[in-house]
Design a protein around this ligand. Structure first.
Ligand code: ZN
Length: 369
């Protein structure tokens, strides 16, 4: 087996904890011919030394670039309010916001503080913010975190806001694991990483509605008990336990099997899919499905330019095409899509069609512990 090297600490002791198989590296959004897409082995690896969960960097292997765009978590004002309440940042000073592939700039939210953006590419800042998923996509995690630490003035604060690995694990959101997203942070792993670049995590906070967490760090000895409480909570969920990821693997295996089961009673052309999401792309590729299994997948987004589901021959169509086709069944990729799908294509049931899902319908998962 090829050795894995941790993207942060360089260690090679660790375990693979999730295997999604070969997925198109482009995720959602490209239109290359079938078979022309780069496929990557999407597996999560837990470093036994620093605790960072990551897509492994394989010795001598090419890295994967180009993450899909992230949705805006819509939580900037909440995180900024927490930052202001917990860290006594300066009313005036320089702020550096690291650009990234998702989310909106915090500049408007911070504008009332008289903080000025850093424009000199080498200048230091009083506050450095990484809240747009840039750090988690960095190939070299240590280099990226050091680069942020070096931009801090002596009493400066580094703010990291990131999707929470504990939330991913508790809600079994395996679909958040994607090619090009190289690191998946828990509070204890972030605390460890910060310590190894000479910073102390001063405060930590979770934003459960959004499935994210944030940590404030600086060159200080101060640490409030929100850090240890947050780390303990994440450890209880099992972020450093190989066994805890077994349920995540079961969730994706079960959902792939459920998709195959949805299709088995229907003939060619009778079933459509709903929602060209990263989850749908992963499931359709894992199940090895083609247009002979699923007539088309509906993309409700009017702005989509997709011609087919990445990695497959399955065409992408709009809601109007679905309505005209009057299929016997439509599969929503995840029960949470059902209400939206039913509203968008309300004639399906009226014309005798059935809605199916790849996960059991019911309240959202997340209350496991
Ligand atoms: Zn490590």
């Amino acid at each position: 087996m090829t050795a894995v090297i941790c993207r942060f600490c360089g260690g090679s002791a660790g375990s693979f904890v999730l295997d999604l198989g070969l997925l198109p590296s482009t995720g959602v959004g490209r239109t290359e011919p079938v078979g022309a897409e780069l496929r990557v082995d999407v597996r999560l690896w837990l470093c036994a030394e620093c605790g960072l969960v990551q897509l492994p960097m394989v010795a001598g292997g090419a890295d994967v670039a180009g993450p899909a765009a992230f949705p805006d978590p819509g939580v900037a004002s909440e995180v900024v309010a927490w930052l202001m309440a917990n860290s006594e940042p300066p009313d005036t000073g320089m702020v550096l916001e690291i650009p990234g592939p998702g989310g909106r700039s915090w500049s408007q939210v911070l504008a009332g503080r008289s903080l000025r953006p850093v424009t000199d590419p080498a200048a230091a800042a009083d506050i450095v913010i990484d809240a747009r998923f840039a750090l988690m996509c960095a190939a070299d995690q240590r280099h990226a975190l050091l680069a942020r630490a070096r931009r801090l003035r002596s009493r400066g604060l580094l703010v990291l806001h990131f999707p929470s690995l504990a939330a991913l694990l508790a809600r079994r959101r395996w679909d958040q694991v994607r090619p090009g997203v190289n690191a998946y942070y828990s509070i204890p792993a972030v605390v460890e990483m910060l310590a190894r670049v000479g910073l102390t995590a001063r405060a930590a906070q979770e934003f459960p509605e959004h499935g994210t967490a944030a940590v404030i760090a600086g060159r200080t000895e101060e640490e409030d008990d929100s850090v240890s409480r947050g780390a303990e909570r994440h450890l209880r969920v099992g972020v450093r336990s190989v066994e805890a990821y077994g349920e995540l693997q079961s969730a994706v295996d079960n959902e792939t099997a459920a998709l195959r089961a949805c299709l088995k009673d229907y003939e060619f052309g009778e079933v459509y899919g709903y929602g060209v999401t990263p989850r749908a792309v992963a499931l359709l590729n894992r199940a090895g499905l083609s247009q002979s299994d699923l007539a088309a997948v509906v993309d409700p987004s009017a702005t989509s330019r997709l011609r087919r589901v990445p990695g497959t021959s399955i065409p992408v169509v709009d809601v109007a095409a679905l309505t005209r086709a009057r299929p016997r069944a439509v599969v929503a990729f995840g029960a949470e899509l059902l209400p939206q799908a039913r509203r968008a294509a309300s004639s399906i049931e009226a014309s005798g069609g059935t809605w199916l899902t790849t996960t059991p319908a019911g309240p959202p998962e997340g209350a496991r512990r």
